[in-house]
Ligand binder design. Structure first.
Ligand code: G3H
Ligand code: 13P
Ligand code: ZN
Length: 285
């Protein structure tokens, strides 16, 4: 039996049963442990994902090895996914490193180019049983000072989503619906009707990025509308750093990294737990 499940397996089940799987960004050992231990405690299937930044920071082999060890110990299903891979080559490198799912993010490319490269990734990935996420529309970063009007123009177009899914064969589609990466407060206003429209036209699991900035009530509505995978990073970073600050405030002379990072991990576990429960994937393993 394979160690990792694919996103496709997890998301099809979530789609059928009306919940979403949490996809959490992993950058180091404490973060990997925080995510897996909490998923285990909550009996939740889980996706650990590595961004290009994470791969640059830790190395693709380190990330794959850490998640492999964690998954070997886990009894819940675990997927290892590439988050926002912007090159064909990097997608292939991650497949070779043992990832069970990849993402080709061609959202900055013209539509037909995005379709062509995403299809190439799908053609290769599917041969070796790896699933693929594509992206449509542009999701800005917090701090880019995008107006509401600009944000609306950046949203995924439903007719293009239908064409994209038909022509590429992707297993999941990330859509821009007013979500913004890296928000520190939950103030994003997302277009739920657009999610529903895209779900009806594509009938595949949809993915919501930048979910740290989305109010809980909107997250619940988004899941009802067709979102099956929810990406969270910023909220986990905040929890991790809060843990570090707390220890250093209480004991400015602390020099044992285990005591500092141990508290960071504990804070992060509670943030992961809150999201798993919000997404309704607890007790679904
Ligand atoms: O969507 C982006 C994730 O938050 C990853 O961020 O590129 O800084 O690792 P990063
Ligand atoms: P946040 O950092 O805004 O939660 O977004 C995470 C994400 O979308 C990773 O792909
Ligand atoms: Zn993202």
């Amino acid at each position: 039996m394979k160690l990792f499940v694919t996103n496709a397996q997890l998301l099809q089940q979530a789609k059928k049963e009306g919940y979403a799987i949490g996809a959490f960004n992993a950058n180091n050992m404490e973060i990997v442990q925080a995510i897996i231990e909490t998923a285990e405690e909550e009996r939740a299937p889980v996706i650990l994902q590595a961004s290009q930044g994470a791969i640059q920071y830790a190395g693709v082999d380190y990330i794959a090895a850490m998640v492999r060890v964690a998954a070997e110990k886990a009894t819940v299903p675990v997927a290892l996914h590439l988050d926002h891979g912007t090159s064909f080559e990097q997608n292939i490198e991650c497949i070779r490193a043992g990832f069970s799912s990849v993402m080709f993010d061609g959202s900055k490319l013209p539509l037909q180019e995005n379709i062509a490269i995403t299809k190439r990734v799908c053609d290769v990935a599917h041969i070796v049983g790896v699933s693929v996420e594509g992206e449509l529309g542009q999701i800005p970063k917090s701090g880019e000072n995008v107006t509401r009007e600009q944000l609306e123009k950046m949203m995924a177009n439903p007719a293009e989503a239908e064409e994209f899914v038909k022509k590429t064969g992707v297993d999941a589609l990330a859509i821009a619906v007013g979500n913004v990466h890296g928000m520190k407060t939950q103030e994003a206003q997302i277009d739920i009707a657009r999610i529903e429209k895209i779900r009806k036209l594509t009938d595949i699991p949809l993915v919501l990025h930048g979910a740290s900035g989305i109010p809980d009530e909107s997250v619940k509505k988004a899941i009802k509308a067709g979102i099956c995978k929810i990406n969270i990073d910023t909220e986990l970073r905040k929890a991790f750093v809060r843990g570090i600050s707390t220890v250093l405030k209480e004991n400015p002379n602390e020099i044992d990294p285990r005591k500092i990072l141990g508290k960071a991990k504990a804070e992060m576990k509670e943030a992961v737990r809150e999201k798993i429960r919000l997404f309704g994937c607890n007790n679904k393993a």
